[in-house]
Design a protein around this ligand. Structure first.
Ligand code: ADP
Length: 255
């Protein structure tokens, strides 16, 4: 399964043929990803049972190998989920389940979910609400959570141990604006142009964080825009990055 190939196929096709090969590629990715979910979940649950050592005690080396299987499987699950999201986005199939949502609750949930990553990275993560209590926003809480997870986990992954990540939320002109600032490796001027492109990963991060997919920010931007917001960032190489996005208090479908 190599969806990058769609770019290469284009070169050998006539004009009218490009769209159909892209559809085939996207259908194929979506089908393959759906099919992969069941066996990957089976590996996950069964590995968890073995790791729990109820069926029998394991020695240290066996546990070590099993943990590696578990980690690799988790990576495969997140890749499959990302590929499914990308194919939904490309099909224009982002359905919003709108609810009155407290942004601060979602941020607390994200911090809970990312606790293991944060502890392992030895990066300090703070959250502050600026400018008084936040209004609720009319949005899809799961998608908002996904966006914040992507930005905060990037900030943590791309900040060396001892660094700082700061999440801030404030009300601004009919929207809540969320900012994730890190003191990490930053993004070079040349890479900044490509940052929201599918599969883009900077050469620098490939060395110390080989597991990413380069799909997170593409998905993040598509979700923010589907929720009626805007996303942007500033970054200085070697100094850190600052990603921000807005979510309108009242959802309005884009025309
Ligand atoms: P992934 O994290 O899986 O590589 P993303 O789409 O989330 O995919 O990010 C794409 C690339 O953008 C990353 O590989 C990295 O090079 C760069 N990047 C994203 N967030 C940050 C950040 N906070 N600091 C430095 N680089 C970043």
């Amino acid at each position: 399964m190599n969806i990058r190939k769609s770019g290469n196929f284009k070169n050998i096709l006539g004009k009218g043929e490009t769209a159909s090969i892209e559809n085939i590629t996207s259908d194929f990715v979506s089908l393959a990803s759906h099919q992969l979910r069941t066996p990957l979940s089976a590996v996950k649950w069964n590995t968890e049972i073995l790791l729990g050592q109820k069926p029998g005690r394991l020695n240290r080396r066996q546990l070590q190998y099993l943990r590696e299987i578990y980690r690799s499987n988790e990576r495969a699950i997140s890749l499959v989920n990302d590929l499914l999201d990308v194919s939904r986005i490309q099909e224009g199939e982002i359905h919003l389940d709108l609810r009155q949502t407290r942004v601060e609750d979602i941020i607390e949930e994200v911090l809970d979910n990312l606790d293991t990553l944060i502890q392992a990275s030895r990066v300090s993560v703070d959250f502050e609400i600026r400018s008084g209590p936040l209004p609720k926003v009319e949005t899809d809480p799961e998608k908002l959570k996904r966006v914040i997870i992507n930005l905060v986990s990037n900030a943590v992954k791309y900040t060396p141990a001892g660094g700082k990540v700061k999440i801030a939320a404030e009300q601004r002109a009919g929207a809540v604006r969320i900012t994730v600032t890190d003191s990490g490796v930053g993004i070079s001027a040349a890479d900044q142009k490509k940052i929201f492109t599918k599969f883009f990963r900077s050469a620098k991060v490939l060395k110390f964080s080989p597991d990413g997919t380069g799909l997170g920010l593409f998905i993040t931007r598509s979700l923010v825009e589907a929720m009626g917001g805007k996303i942007g960032f500033q970054s200085t190489e070697g100094r850190g990055s600052n990603f921000y996005f807005t979510i309108p208090i009242k959802y309005a479908k884009k025309t």
